[in-house]
Design a protein around this ligand. Structure first.
Ligand SMILES: [Zn+2]
Length: 365
């Protein structure tokens, strides 16, 4: 069954001012199975799942803020009016997959135990503060700080984190859980830690669909915040084995097995190239800089994916797991330092998407 677009906000541009590569909104992807798809799959442009199980619905993930979650729920009304959402599943603890949870006070929320343990790794207050820091520091005369400010400001500008109370799952599991909702079986499989600490994928055998969370970024540069990358690859291999017609990735268009395979190829490519640099003692940010600007990278299909600079975060994760001694910075400073390097990398790739994040002068031109 070909996916069918049902309803959406019909914006002419994406949240980052790009031309959409697919229409935003609700799609029917199989019998009584839906996906809320957000082009082009960049920061916070997260895909959500909806399964009508005959009088009751299951929602897979919520959006990064309350405004986007509410907008989506309104568009889902023709389905959820007769089959209300009684259960929400969080694929992992990144805010763009669970910060709309508070709108489901009456529903059961299910996630892996590791996801719940990790849910307060950042807060809506910290994100709002980051918006202010980004806005102010993009004008500083020190290039590394102004790049960072611009990058963070562009990333967070579409979102409003005020009023969000992070609501963790009410029910947790480890490894695997078979959920039966009015006779429809959903297989929840823990594949993390990888992208984050508690990643899961949701497989619905009788509908031949799988909702992958951020283990799969379709046609988009993935990122390993937690690692090890081996677990992400193992998760992708698990997806390859599933008997499904369509994958709903965490970000990007509806995906096929071929797009899953391409993600495995990306991780192989990144590890092969960075491992040698790591052994030679080259710092991760320098190794990624050299790699992404080389013809070796430009000749790959990954060079066309958005946000290539995310390889910086993944490189820091890979190096850590390879035992490389990285500068020990207290608390959140370590993450901010990685993002500072990532912002610098983004500015060296002005033709990458989303272009607003890669070109500081775009708004001044
Ligand atoms: Zn995400």
């Amino acid at each position: 069954m070909a996916a069918q677009w049902l309803a959406g906000p019909q914006r002419p541009l994406t949240r980052f001012g790009e031309k959409p590569i697919f229409a935003e909104g609700l799609y029917r992807i199989a019998q009584d199975s839906y996906a809320w798809m957000v082009p082009n799959g960049s920061w916070g442009e997260t895909n959500i799942g909806l399964l009508d199980c005959g009088g009751e619905s299951v929602l897979i993930d919520t959006c990064w803020d309350l405004r986007f979650t509410s907008e989506m729920l309104k568009m889902m009304q023709p389905i959820t009016g007769s089959a209300p959402i009684t259960c929400v599943i969080n694929t992992h603890a990144d805010g763009d997959h669970c910060w709309g949870n508070q709108l489901f006070a009456q529903s059961t929320i299910i996630a892996s135990k590791a996801c719940v343990d990790h849910i307060h790794h950042t807060s809506p207050l910290a994100m709002t503060a980051m918006q202010h820091v980004g806005r102010l520091s993009r004008h500083l005369p020190i290039r590394t700080l102004s790049n960072f400010g611009h990058y963070m400001n562009e990333m967070l500008e579409p979102y409003d984190f005020r009023g969000i109370r992070v609501r963790p799952a009410t029910e947790t599991f480890e490894q695997q859980k078979l959920l039966n909702v009015k006779g429809v079986e959903l297989l929840l499989m823990e594949v993390g830690p990888g992208h984050t600490d508690g990643d899961i994928i949701v497989y619905v055998p009788e509908r031949r669909v799988a909702y992958t969370g951020d283990i799969l970024f379709a046609g988009s540069t993935p990122v390993a915040w937690a690692g090890p990358v081996e677990n992400i690859v193992r998760g992708l291999q698990k997806l390859m084995e599933l008997d499904v017609d369509v994958f709903v990735p965490g970000h990007g268009p509806l995906a096929t097995h071929a797009m899953v395979k391409q993600q495995i190829d990306y991780w192989d490519f990144l590890q092969e190239n960075l491992h040698l640099a790591c052994q030679r003692g080259i710092a991760p940010q320098h190794a990624v800089h050299e790699l992404l600007l080389s013809s070796r990278f430009k000749d790959t299909p990954f060079a066309k994916w958005d946000s290539p600079e995310r390889a910086i975060s993944s490189a820091f994760t890979l190096y850590r797991h390879w035992g490389f001694e990285l500068p020990a910075l207290p608390g959140k400073l370590g993450i901010l330092n990685v993002m500072r390097h990532q912002a610098g990398m983004a500015m060296c790739m002005p033709h990458a998407a989303p272009s607003a994040m890669h070109c500081r002068n775009q708004k001044l031109l």
